[in-house]
Design a protein around this ligand. Structure first.
Ligand SMILES: C[S@@+](CC[C@H](N)C(=O)[O-])C[C@H]1O[C@@H](n2cnc3c(N)ncnc32)[C@H](O)[C@@H]1O
Length: 292
């Protein structure tokens, strides 16, 4: 970035060009989000302050952000923010960046006719977006959220504290249902809902992923064996033991996994009904299964 007097508009134009030359997708959006983050202004406010000069105290850290973005660090890891269900969440490299399509899990749960009180288990909570947004919407519900990654759980706790629902969520660490077994001393710990957005990418698809994802997001949040179903298979087999009668399992799955998931559900006699819900692009990305 050449030394000169920079205004917001010049800085954005220069950065967009530089991002384009370096193959960064969404160059204008990224430039605006990063500059807005540094100047503590929304994108709209940036437009309203197009002529505002930007001084050295901001130019130096902005150069650093640009360098990191060119190296494919995801924007959300640079700003430490991601919006989910209209709430602001802290994220960093310890957790998967929440995706907008995952909101469908939360919306489906909230739209399902239930009693006032529900016990809900979220497995693989990551940044805690699913558990926290449900707790905010349903303050009466009792929620347990787990993850195999202790460092992800630290982020989830921080987000629950920010949104004033940490007391409503019990965070446990361990492999899938293992931490539930540990508290299940009487053998009667059961939930009305089990929700999970599991890792579901095939190990063999690693090379095809964008560097933003492959080189920065936690491996344990992404990959699930050679067929991508290692975690989903276990969830479908083990969940009925932890559901109340009539309880529901709801999962996000990969875009090409619906047929295999149907076969897995058909093979489990505990499920009395199930449906695969389409996302806005018409792909079956959510499984909702009930036990009798
Ligand atoms: C795809 S991320 C989902 C994170 C978050 N729930 C979301 O939707 O943004 C999957 C999460 O599952 C966790 N995980 C992976 N394998 C697990 C296992 N065997 N037991 C518990 N958690 C696991 C990962 O650490 C990661 O946080």
């Amino acid at each position: 970035m050449p030394d000169k007097m920079w205004r917001v508009v010049d800085l954005l134009d220069w950065t967009v060009g530089y991002f384009q030359q370096n193959g960064i997708p969404n160059p204008r959006l990224d430039a605006e989000v990063l500059l807005g983050h540094l100047l503590e202004k929304s994108r709209l406010q940036l437009y309203l302050h197009f002529e505002m000069p930007v001084f050295q105290e901001h130019l130096t850290p902005f150069r650093e952000l640009i360098k990191k973005r060119i190296a494919h660090t995801p924007v959300s890891y640079l700003t430490n923010h991601k919006e989910f269900m209209s709430l602001d969440f802290y994220v960093d490299e310890r957790v998967l960046i929440p995706r907008p399509e995952t909101e469908q899990l939360v919306e489906t749960i909230l739209m399902t006719e239930t009693g006032d009180f529900q016990r809900l288990l979220e497995l693989g909570t990551g940044s805690g977006v699913i558990a926290t947004s449900l707790a905010v919407q349903q303050p009466e519900w009792e929620i347990v959220a787990t993850d195999i990654s202790e460092s992800a759980l630290a982020v989830a706790r921080k987000n629950a504290e920010t949104h004033a629902c940490a007391a409503q969520i019990e965070f446990l660490s361990g492999d899938l249902f293992e931490p539930i077994e540990a508290i299940n001393t009487n053998g009667d710990t059961r939930f009305d809902w089990i929700v999970c957005n599991p890792p579901y990418i095939k190990n063999t698809e690693r090379a095809a992923l964008s560097p933003d994802v492959r080189d920065y997001e936690p491996e344990v949040a992404l990959f699930a064996g050679d067929d991508g179903l290692a975690v989903i298979r276990r969830l479908i087999a083990e969940a009925p033991k932890y559901l109340t009668p009539g309880g529901k399992l709801i999962l996000e799955i990969g875009a090409a996994q619906a047929d295999t998931v149907r076969t897995l559900l058909d093979a489990e006699s505990a499920y009395c009904t199930y449906e695969l819900l389409e996302d806005y692009a018409g792909k079956e990305r959510v499984v909702l299964a009930s036990i009798s």
